[in-house]
Design a protein around this ligand. Structure first.
Ligand SMILES: Nc1ncnc2c1ncn2[C@@H]1O[C@H](COP(=O)(O)OP(=O)(O)OP(=O)(O)O)[C@@H](O)[C@H]1O
Length: 294
């Protein structure tokens, strides 16, 4: 499970306090673009005109080929990076630097090795949480992620999957209105990955929050998300934008073997430039989506 960004909101930010406790937030990406300076003073467009309305409590997966700008989009939503064009609103107000309404999780747990699981999870608590409230919340989250028997253990004494669970608990300790997960299960073996997906569903049911999930895994997106956004490039145009948007049918947990999901899987793989046997269709076609499917 992911490590988390626990940077405080800048002085003067009232975003966290103005939000009712435990309320999931709406997120609005309005024509977001991002360019980075490249060599010789030119600029390179990574994202172009991305508009997405995410409802409170919705789980939206962001898919796309490597380097298409998925992490950049997530970082912009968390105030870890700034859009060059357009803007992101959380509950109607612009994202602030290191926005305290969000918690960001990455592929590695990044726990502090000299602290126990409990102490690591407590690092995610918002500033100003009372000792008693904090201890109760941390204990509840540790139970929620199934680490009750390991609360006093140090990170080196637990498995990689457990460390990821501790990291998820740390993200949730922050009581985020938006949970931003960047390939949170990417470093785990296949079985642990499936278990973590189930855990995320349980956690989302118990503590509903809005989730933006960046993943390379089409099946993971189909299992976890209400909606999938596929980012890709049009031929001859710089920067990725929305190439496909799919509302995933059915309630979770979904039947991984259903014909309906198989059809969506094929459509998404096609959009990623991969044929049904998992073969990339040539180097060029894995980095640019040749045509919009609609
Ligand atoms: N701070 C930065 N300065 C310059 N270029 C950047 C910066 N951040 C990201 N990029 C570039 O933007 C592009 C998109 O990066 P990003 O990490 O968002 O892609 P991604 O889709 O998440 O990739 P992956 O799936 O491989 O993690 C990359 O080419 C990357 O080098």
């Amino acid at each position: 499970m992911p490590s988390t960004s626990t940077a405080p909101a800048p002085a003067g930010s009232t975003s966290a306090v103005s939000r009712p406790a435990d309320a999931p937030c709406a997120v609005e990406f309005a024509s977001v673009g991002r360019s980075f300076p490249s060599e010789r003073g030119a600029s390179r467009t990574v994202l172009r005109d991305v508009s997405i309305s995410v409802k409170p409590g919705e789980v939206v997966a962001i898919l796309g080929t490597s380097g298409c700008g998925k992490s950049t989009l997530l970082r912009i939503a968390g105030g870890l990076d700034a859009a060059s064009a357009g803007r992101v609103l959380i509950d109607g107000s612009p994202v602030t630097d290191f926005d305290s309404r969000t918690a960001v999780g990455f592929q590695e747990p990044r726990l502090l090795p000299w602290r126990s699981v409990t102490e690591n999870v407590a690092l995610g608590l918002p500033r100003g949480t009372s000792k008693a409230d904090g201890a109760a919340r941390v204990a509840r989250l540790i139970d929620l992620v199934g680490l009750g028997d390991f609360a006093g253990h140090r990170p080196r004494e637990i498995s990689g999957g457990m460390a990821q669970r501790a990291s998820l608990a740390r993200a949730l300790a922050r009581n985020p209105g938006v949970l931003l997960l960047d390939e949170p299960f990417g470093a785990l073996d296949a079985l642990t990955r499936l278990k973590m997906q189930d855990l995320l569903l349980d956690v989302h049911a118990a503590a509903p929050t809005t989730v933006l999930l960046v993943t390379h895994d089409v099946d993971e997106a189909l299992q976890l998300a209400d909606r999938i956004i596929l980012l890709g490039r049009q031929d001859g145009v710089d920067g990725s934008t929305i190439a496909q948007e799919i509302v995933v049918p059915g309630t979770r947990p979904r039947d991984r073997g259903s014909a309906e999901l198989a059809e969506l899987r094929a459509r998404l793989l096609d959009g990623l430039g991969i044929d049904r046997h998992g073969q990339a269709r040539g180097i060029e076609s894995t980095t640019a989506i040749p045509h919009f499917p609609y």
